[in-house]
Ligand binder design. Structure first.
Ligand SMILES: [Zn+2]
Ligand SMILES: [Zn+2]
Length: 139
């Protein structure tokens, strides 16, 4: 199974919270991660710990930050999410609706399926919100 397919929605949200809460590049304090996730510090710590076990997050002086592989995983996730959004856009969903629908499938789809959707859509460059879609090998 691919890494994204093994991650939970909570773990992906935790990765994104760490990026957002890491304001100066020195890492995100646990409190800030918990606040973004709207959970208690102990449960935020559970999610962070699971990501540390996967070597996606490392702790430095009490703060959490993404490893190189964590950063690559976020880019891969953005690719899956935004390609899925562009698929739902074709069905006439609003940008907000495409985002909700994409969250239901973006972790489940394999890289291969995402590549096929991307190719079928002519390698879209931006998602329905105008965010860049990280390129695939076909582009
Ligand atoms: Zn979205
Ligand atoms: Zn592509």
């Amino acid at each position: 199974m691919e890494l994204l397919q093994r991650l939970t929605r909570r773990q992906v949200d935790t990765l994104r919270s760490i990026v957002e809460a890491d304001k100066d590049g020195r890492g995100a304090p646990l409190k800030a991660i918990a606040a973004r996730l709207k959970v208690s510090s102990p449960s935020a710590l559970d999610h962070v710990g699971a990501l540390e076990d996967l070597k996606l997050v490392e702790r430095h002086r009490g703060k959490s930050r993404l490893t190189e592989s964590g950063r690559a995983t976020i880019v891969e996730y953005q690719r899956h999410h935004r390609v899925a959004e562009s698929l739902f856009q074709e069905l006439g969903l609003s940008p907000e609706e495409t985002c909700e629908a994409a969250r239901e499938v973006d972790l489940a789809l394999s890289h291969r399926t995402i590549e096929q959707v991307c190719e079928g859509k002519g390698h879209p460059v931006r998602c329905p919100h105008g965010q860049p879609i990280p390129p695939c090998k076909g582009r």
